[in-house]
Design a protein around this ligand. Structure first.
Ligand code: SF4
Length: 271
């Protein structure tokens, strides 16, 4: 099991805190910045309720936000936990796209893995179907959910302007993980996890802590991982080229796409 966040260290003393609350009614996790006056130490206390997951932000000497300042006290090696996890059992594997999955599936030998395609964050139904079809090129047939972008928009509400890796992405990842945990329970799977950690843009700490919280909530084991380790991302890039997979140039939602377009057009106008 990963180390739980410890009491605040001098490094993040005075840091402001951002918490994820899992609602008791089975709704998706709610994200709410806690009152700035609430010291990080109070939130990071390991005796906090299990439903509480803490995400701290410290400030550097220049006053810039340092995301995840309390990670230093968490420090779990999720790749090691994955490598040492007993093999065997039916694993529901959330898959986001073909390139990411290509960097993960070879590491799941020993599990009876069932891919699960649930990505309501895709900005259009066409993109949803395109990424699904590309996934099928890997020779695996996933359990597929119907495209429902409204589910994503509901959790992304008022988080449209968040940067990639910020609160909108955490809500998006938690939405997909929570549905995976629910589906795993429904299908009688022994374990669940996601390919998402293969991306260098995704926070393995958040993914895993959310997975463990969902394990408690749904009673299905979460398989810890950090698939970007052991060259996971490099393998994903190489296999995508070799297999001629469509490698999208934006994460999935319209907000990420708009940022990419903005960056591209600012490059053009400065040339
Ligand atoms: S950038 Fe990616 S992870 Fe973040 S909200 Fe959009 S689709 Fe989800």
């Amino acid at each position: 099991m990963p180390t739980k966040p410890q009491n605040s260290t001098p490094a993040n003393k005075g840091a402001s805190c951002r918490c994820v609350f899992f609602s008791r009614t089975g709704q998706y996790p709610k994200y709410s910045p806690c009152a700035a006056s609430k010291p990080a130490a109070a939130i990071c206390n390991p005796s906090s309720p299990a439903r509480h997951y803490c995400h701290c932000e410290g400030t550097c000497a220049r006053g810039n936000l340092l995301h995840g300042a309390c990670k230093a006290t968490v420090n779990a090696n999720y790749n090691k936990l994955f490598s040492e996890y007993p093999r065997g059992g039916k694993l529901l594997l959330h898959v986001c796209c073909a390139p990411c999955s290509a960097g993960v599936v070879h590491r799941l030998r020993g599990f009876d893995a069932i891919p699960y395609y649930y990505n309501p964050n895709m900005d259009t139904a066409e993109e949803y179907e395109l990424r699904y079809a590309q996934f099928c090129k890997l020779g695996l047939k996933p359990v597929k959910e119907i495209y429902s972008h409204a589910e994503f928009l509901r959790v992304a509400d008022k988080l449209e302007n968040e940067p990639e890796g910020g609160a909108r992405c955490r809500a998006c990842i938690a939405l997909r993980l929570e549905r995976t945990a629910q589906k795993a329970k429904e299908l009688g799977a022994d374990l669940f996890c996601s390919t998402l950690s293969v991306s260098p843009h995704k926070d393995a700490e958040f993914i895993n802590q959310t997975g463990f919280a969902l394990e408690k909530k749904y009673g299905v084991k979460y398989l810890p991982n950090d698939f970007k380790k052991e060259n996971g991302f490099a393998v994903s890039t190489r296999l995508s080229k070799e297999l001629g997979l469509y490698r999208q140039n934006y994460c999935g939602c319209e907000f990420a796409k708009a940022i990419k377009h903005e960056i591209a057009s600012s490059r053009c106008s400065s040339q």
